[in-house]
Design a protein around this ligand. Sequence first.
Ligand code: GGG
Length: 342
Amino acid sequence: MKYKIALIKGDGIGPEQSDATLKVLSAIRECLGIDFEILDVEAGDACLERRGVALPEDTIEVLKNSHACLKGPVGESAAEVIVRLRMMFDLYANVRPAKSLPNVPALRPDIDLIIVRENTEGLYKGYEYELDDAAIAIRIITKKGCERIARYAFELARRRKKLVAVHKANVMKITCGLFARTCREFSKKYPDIEYSEMYVDAAAMNLIRKPHEFDVIVTTNMFGDILSDEAAQVVGSLGLAPAANIGDNFAIFEPVHGCAPDIAGKNIANPTSMILSSAMMFDWLGTKYDDKRCREAARIIEKAVEMVLRRGILTPDLGGNATTDQFGSAVAAAVRDFAGKT
Ligand code: GGG
């Protein structure tokens, strides 16, 4: 099978992170014999400036005809690009892991959590209005949206041990109330999983106070966006944080962070977030197409990143002086080492 992978390099540091990731993908193709084609497509601020549209129709067409999409960060046009793509392809689960890694200054060495963020509803639906002197945003939470994200999170938690539903149902009694109630109903179908609930303000505090106690967190759209930036910093850097936007038929993999224009073009950005996003992509392809080599590719990329960090090859955000390019080359070399041994 030949996979078609659409690549949106994005804005700011996105092209540098993408080029470093492409080195890793080449090593995977070479060593594991996975057949894939990278289809370069445009979206984001630079595309908006050049073509007058942040997400062109030809990009959407390529994505529709691809098996998956790997995407770099985009700038101010995030709402027109990624938020729109999530709705368009119904990518309802945003999976954002945060894990302590070797040689990285995390708050603790034993953090291994996953935030499962509902990705198509809530305040990010984009229903905002002006009415006289007021600005109004509508928060949409549906039973169907709550059920499918709860199901996704409980299934994920099945392979782990516990799940906490994060909300603010003491204040937003109707919208968060529906979310909390649905998660609670689902918890009865999963008696093997330790289930609890936490208000989002307490969750923000506990991510700093005792991050190692979290396992799977399920939450609504905007809370998940905010908590995942916090979780990334708790394990050392936003530059380490990968994400998967998953639907029933398609998925887009991207760093959690934005495009960091202040460091763009300097070859100092940490590409780990995008390299680990590519690992999540292979894992998803492996499951969807029952392809053992893809699942192996995911494990090898993760091990290669850990090996490179363990060797002390660190980008400046982690206190090192490796360039984006050098880090990508080092991970590609480690992939070749690992693949040779398996
Ligand atoms: N911290 C800046 C950032 O996260 N930028 C990307 C962004 O805003 N993405 C929108 C989203 O994930 O919903």
